[in-house]
Design a protein around this ligand. Structure first.
Ligand SMILES: Nc1ncnc2c1ncn2[C@@H]1O[C@H](COP(=O)(O)OP(=O)(O)OP(=O)(O)O)[C@@H](O)[C@H]1O
Length: 265
């Protein structure tokens, strides 16, 4: 197992944010983390990235406790694309993407051919080469997200944790980004991606983990996880399910009445 969280618990004040959460991702696997607003998805991803310490439970990376790994070693192997990532100083897009190579650089050493190639490949893959000389803070929301994805890809890590990477993207770039994440898994890396779009989640992920109220409500293939019952319980909606060109889609259709008025028809 590449990354494995076992019995993770986290509280914020008296609120239970994560309770007994277990999640794993194998090399070459893409796990979709879904669930309603406030379910704990970002909190879980931050724990997987080693950016937060759990009150209980543990995260292991390749069998080794995350707490025992040095930051530089982890930064070379694991890339984290945050939901609200931003650059807090004026920086060009190419400079931003080059930051993804910092964990690979030796102190006082310059960029290697491998660094330059990784940056060029990441810019090309995200179709941001044309934005390379632009200042990051002049980009649109979707362009920024693609530049940040380029930085994460430039790490060329074994594990990519991406928090809502398609939220700001148009349909073309949503599909393109999901294909990119798939290509990352085809090279053997693991990907855990937070998504609100259930169709994209079902279509591109090998497995879905549905989080609700800080607990795992379901973990498995999309067909089982996206049952009417699970969708009603987690999101309080009814979804329509269909298929086209041999692929399934799930379309949020209507809110369920409050209280116990859930119908699974
Ligand atoms: N420091 C904190 N103090 C109080 N509540 C917190 C704190 N940190 C997180 N929470 C709460 O924990 C819950 C989980 O937050 P989290 O950001 O993980 O949700 P999420 O599933 O990623 O949601 P979204 O889909 O809206 O991004 C939310 O209700 C949030 O308000």
């Amino acid at each position: 197992m590449l990354i494995e969280a076992t019995g993770l618990a986290c509280r914020a004040g008296d609120k239970l944010v994560l309770g007994e959460v277990t999640l794993s991702c194998r090399p070459g696997e893409m796990v979709g983390l879904i669930g309603p607003n406030g379910a704990g998805k970002t909190t879980l991803l931050r724990h997987l990235a080693g950016l937060a310490a759990p009150a209980a439970g543990r995260v292991t990376y390749d069998g080794q406790s995350l707490r025992e790994m040095s930051r530089p070693a982890l930064a070379r192997r694991l890339a984290y694309l945050a939901q609200d990532a931003d650059a807090h100083w004026p920086i060009r897009v190419d400079q931003l993407v080059r930051l993804g190579r910092l964990p690979h650089r030796r102190p006082l050493s310059g960029e290697t051919a491998a660094d330059l190639a990784a940056v060029a490949a990441a810019l090309a893959a995200t179709e941001t080469t044309v934005l390379a000389a632009r200042r990051f803070d002049t980009l649109s929301g979707g362009e920024r997200m693609r530049a940040l994805l380029a930085r994460a890809l430039a790490v060329e890590g074994e594990m990519l944790l991406a928090d809502e990477p398609v939220a700001a993207l148009d349909p073309y770039h949503q599909l393109h980004t999901m294909e990119l994440l798939r290509s990352v898994t085809e090279k053997g890396a693991g990907v855990v991606v937070v998504l609100h779009d259930l169709t994209l989640a079902a279509r591109f992920c090998d497995r879905l983990v549905l989080l609700a109220g800080g607990r795992v409500l379901a973990d498995g293939p999309a067909g089982a996880v996206l049952s009417d019952r699970n969708i009603a319980e987690a999101y309080h909606i009814k979804a329509l399910h269909g298929a086209a060109e041999g692929l399934c889609f799930t379309l949020p259709w209507r809110r369920l009445p409050p209280g116990d008025g859930r119908d699974f028809s």
